[in-house]
Design a protein around this ligand. Structure first.
Ligand code: NAD
Length: 477
């Protein structure tokens, strides 16, 4: 049991203003595994004041990028040494299979930290430009106090996408983890202290959505970076629009995997274990619409149903587990609701369905629907669980049309024997990323959404720009 009764504010373990408690419940055993204080608006005021002070008068924004990189590099080193502990903890909190967790919940966040640490040395922080009217110095300055609001599905990854570039830029941060997954941020806070990040530079207040909304609207916050649902993203964008606050939004998705006629089916279906079912399907970029050519439709359906039907579903801490429990009873019921809806909409259940694989824990059976029409709600709405929709297409143009017929635009993939041709198809998909014969997020390259999947980009140098203001200083020739 992990019991915490303090909040990490101003570099100190501070007593919370309220008496509320967040209980973290294991999705596998349904037992309480940890408790943290439930942050309130008063705690947000306190945390924002600490971040504001650290930004306005503290050393962090005044250090050189190289000096900051030295400190953040220490955090990256501690993270690298202890990343197994982080993987185990996130798995315990939210049910991510440990085989995925060691990579997606801890190794990747560490790589993101290391990436931005290294980028500090090569990034152009300041340049002299020959302006049209005289010389101009162009500098990059930190944007200020950042509110970083993250969901429960990949809590360390989504936080690190914000924290790492914000720190390197010289910003200070108030992070608000989800109530489902606050424990990992306590471990991170320990490492932040150990690394010697100055007080007030990172502050953490676990809380629910109302307190999150209060943080977004706080007048002393300069920039909001949010990962979560499209519905919440719209509300946050509206508030930031009113206040002309900088904002980055990483929202939902309903990505398509296009199986071309020449695809190696065995390798393709194996690839879907990660591309479509990573993290129990609780992944914004999961490719849950599988587009198959009519000519190979039955073959794809059989292979997909055989793969999904044979997945090992069980204790997420077990290294042989491929699908763990969903984060909460609420999520289990939501996903089951979509399985019921698919049947009502007339899709054909190939495997899975409403029989729960285990009596205890928030499990759902990995499910495949065939004969899905792209206009069905199970093809248009984000389910956020291990449920795939197989959709037939007539020819390549039809496949591209179907893939793009979505309110979302986050990820996608093309599966083919001809990689160059796959790249040509990927270029025509209106999403922020689209892999060929694989799907990964590379820390070196931008990640984000077109359309309802968000605003702005994280990762790569583009992800650093989001935490910088550009300033021009012209002077006479
Ligand atoms: P959610 O939007 O309900 O909550 C996300 C976070 O925002 C939580 O910390 C929550 O407390 C907070 N929050 C909710 N409403 C808020 C508001 N109005 N103002 C301020 N804070 C608010 O989402 P969720 O159910 O926790 O997470 C799942 C969603 O996250 C899915 O839609 C998924 O696609 C999305 N997601 C997107 C990405 C991406 O990079 N595009 C990555 C992971 C998850």
């Amino acid at each position: 049991m992990r019991e915490h009764d303090r909040l990490f504010i101003g570099g100190q373990w501070t007593a919370p203003a309220g008496t509320g408690v967040i209980e973290v419940i294991s999705p596998h055993t349904e037992e309480v595994i940890g408790r943290v204080p439930e942050g309130t608006e008063a705690d947000i005021d306190h945390a924002v004041a600490a971040a504001r002070r650290a930004f306005d008068t503290g050393p962090w924004p005044r250090m050189t990028p190289a000096e900051r990189a030295e400190v953040v590099g220490r955090l990256a080193a501690i993270y690298a040494e202890r990343q197994q502990e982080m993987a185990d903890l996130v798995t315990a909190e939210m049910g991510s299979p440990i085989m995925f967790s060691v990579f997606g919940q801890s190794a990747i966040p560490q790589m993101v930290l290391q990436y931005y640490t290294d980028l500090a040395a090569s990034y152009t922080w300041e340049e002299e430009r020959p302006g049209m009217l005289g010389p101009v110095t162009v500098t990059r300055e930190p944007v200020g106090v950042v509110a970083a609001i993250v969901p429960w599905n990949v809590p360390q990854f989504t936080l690190m996408l914000k924290l790492a570039p914000a720190l390197i830029a010289g910003c200070t941060v108030v992070a608000k983890p989800s109530p489902e997954t606050p424990l990992d941020t306590y471990l991170l806070a320990e490492w932040i202290t150990e690394a010697g990040i100055p007080e007030g530079v990172v502050n953490i207040v676990p809380a629910g959505r109302e307190v999150g909304a209060y943080l977004v609207a706080h007048p002393d916050v300069d920039k909001v970076s949010f990962t979560g649902s499209t519905a919440a993203g719209r509300q946050i964008a509206a508030v930031c629009g009113e206040q002309l606050k900088r904002v980055t939004l990483e929202l939902g998705g309903k990505s398509a995997a296009i199986v071309l006629e020449d695809a190696d089916l065995a390798a393709t279906v194996e690839g879907f274990k990660l591309a479509s079912l990573m993290n129990n399907g609780e992944a914004c970029a999961a490719q849950t619409r599988i587009l198959a050519p009519r000519s190979r439709y039955d073959e794809v359906a059989d292979a997909l149903a055989a793969m999904v039907g044979s997945l090992t579903v069980g204790d997420p801490a077990d290294y042989s587990t491929e699908i763990g429990p969903l984060v909460a009873r609420r999520q289990q019921e939501r996903v089951e609701g979509y399985i019921r809806l698919g049947q009502e909409e007339g899709a054909k259940l190939l495997t899975g369905g409403l029989n729960r694989p285990h009596d205890r824990g928030w499990y759902v059976a990995p499910t495949v629907f065939a004969d899905v029409d792209n206009s069905m709600r199970i093809a248009q709405e984000e389910i956020f669980g291990p449920v795939l929709a197989l959709i037939p297409y007539e020819d390549e143009a039809d496949a591209i049309r179907i893939a793009n017929d979505s309110a979302y635009g986050l990820g996608g993939s093309v599966w083919t024997a001809d990689v160059e041709h796959g790249v040509e198809v990927a270029r025509q998909i209106r999403t922020g990323s689209c892999g060929v014969n694989m799907y990964v997020l590379d820390p070196n390259t931008p990640f984000g959404g077109y359309k309802n999947s968000g605003l702005g980009r994280e990762l790569g140098p583009e992800g650093l720009v989001a935490y910088l203001e550009h300033k021009s200083i012209p002077r006479p020739a």
